[in-house]
Design a protein around this ligand. Structure first.
Ligand code: NAI
Ligand code: MG
Length: 337
């Protein structure tokens, strides 16, 4: 059976890493067909809007999208397209794995294997209640945490632990200070945890978590947390394992899921053909897991690791002299072999 996915080639390095990723996927016999849709700057130029209705319709219909980074124009009254997509499709779970890879510039070439599960629709990022006093001296922001939102994200983390054979979920919070919001999140997390006696659960305050992640990252398995903390912690975790070129993310809701790289459109290297395609490829591996093609996902990850181990055609961010497409071809070659 053929599965159609929406493919968004995006801005900056987006088209380069997407072409490389599709080159690899095309060698894998996945039964995928691609429906290309525009978003971001390229959509603004072609269709006059950042997020055209046709793109929304395509994602709604196919329910799965593979997306390259998008540039949100700064200071022109545009709200973030990524935040908008997450909101419109209620993509409540942002799942960001961080695993040690060989031959990166990481301080932890082994031992890190954790997943940050970030609540993606609430907290400090709801974009409501932002105000600045008339004299410009006082700014306010509203945070929103709901029991429903907390329950479903914590449940997602525990179900993910069960599904993937992981043993521990760490609930990261700041309930000692943010008593109402983080307090409700923690209280709800404790209730959910009781329904998963087979999975160990511990609690950690967010500032201590940052220190612990840098000192002893191997103690973490799955981290579940609210939107703002998850945004920051997951970038920290990407830094633990070799940087943005290796960090994928999945945005998962009940009716749709969007798979991507954590990094942005990297205007500083766009058009040079040297962007690392691994983050998007690893996002594609998350997509294959989601589609029930876990063996293929594993094969893809193993080929990436083998290519890193062999230092075959690595891109300059990893200290190599390869380029986006030669790196992708080296990975595809290992899958075929
Ligand atoms: P960025 O992630 O694009 O770049 C940060 C640094 O990392 C740059 O030096 C870049 O060259 C490098 N880098 C990123 N990805 C790389 C890759 N695959 N291979 C090698 N080097 C890589 O972040 P920045 O500069 O803050 O944002 C640029 C644009 O991207 C902005 O317009 C921002 O709004 C957008 N953005 C989009 C995201 C998305 O669509 N998911 C996420 C983050 C930013
Ligand atoms: Mg971020």
């Amino acid at each position: 059976m053929t599965q159609t996915i929406t493919v968004i080639r995006g801005d900056g390095i987006g088209p380069e890493i997407m072409d490389a990723t599709l080159h690899v996927l095309d060698t894998m016999n996945l039964g995928l067909s691609y429906e290309f849709a525009d978003a971001g700057l390229v959509a603004l130029e072609k269709h006059g809007e950042l997020l055209p209705a046709a793109t929304m319709d395509s994602i709604r219909k196919n329910r799965i999208a593979l997306k390259s980074p998008l540039t949100t124009p700064v200071g022109e009254g545009f709200s973030s397209i990524n935040v908008e997509l997450r909101k419109r499709f209620d993509l409540y779970a942002n799942v960001r794995p961080a695993k040690s890879f060989p031959n990166t510039k990481s301080r932890f070439p082994s031992g890190v294997d954790l997943i940050t599960v970030r609540e993606n629709t609430e907290g400090a990022y709801i974009g409501e209640g932002q105000s600045l006093s008339e004299d410009g001296e006082t700014a306010m922001l509203t945070q929103k945490i709901t029991r429903r939102g907390s329950d479903r994200i914590v449940r997602y983390a525990f179900d993910l632990a069960r599904r993937t054979g992981r043993k521990k979920v760490t609930v990261v919070h700041k309930a000692n200070i943010l008593k109402s919001t983080s307090g409700l999140f923690l209280k709800t997390a404790r209730e959910v945890a009781q329904q998963y006696p087979d999975i160990q659960c511990n609690e950690m305050i967010v500032d201590n978590t940052c220190m612990q992640l840098v000192m002893r990252p191997e103690q973490f398995d799955i981290i579940v947390t609210t939107n703002l903390f998850g945004d920051i912690i997951s970038d920290l975790c990407a830094g633990l394992v070799g940087g943005l070129g290796l960090a994928p993310g999945a945005n998962i809701g009940t009716d749709a899921a969007i798979f991507e790289a954590v990094h942005g459109s990297a205007p500083d290297i766009a058009g040079k053909g040297i962007a690392n395609p691994c983050a998007l490829l690893l996002g594609a591996a998350q997509m294959l897991d989601h589609l029930g093609q876990s063996e293929k996902a594993t094969a893809l990850r193993e080929a990436i690791i083998a290519t890193l181990e062999a230092k075959d055609s690595l891109t300059p961010d990893l200290g190599g002299e390869g380029n986006t497409m030669s790196f992708a071809k080296a990975i595809a070659g290992r899958i075929a072999a």
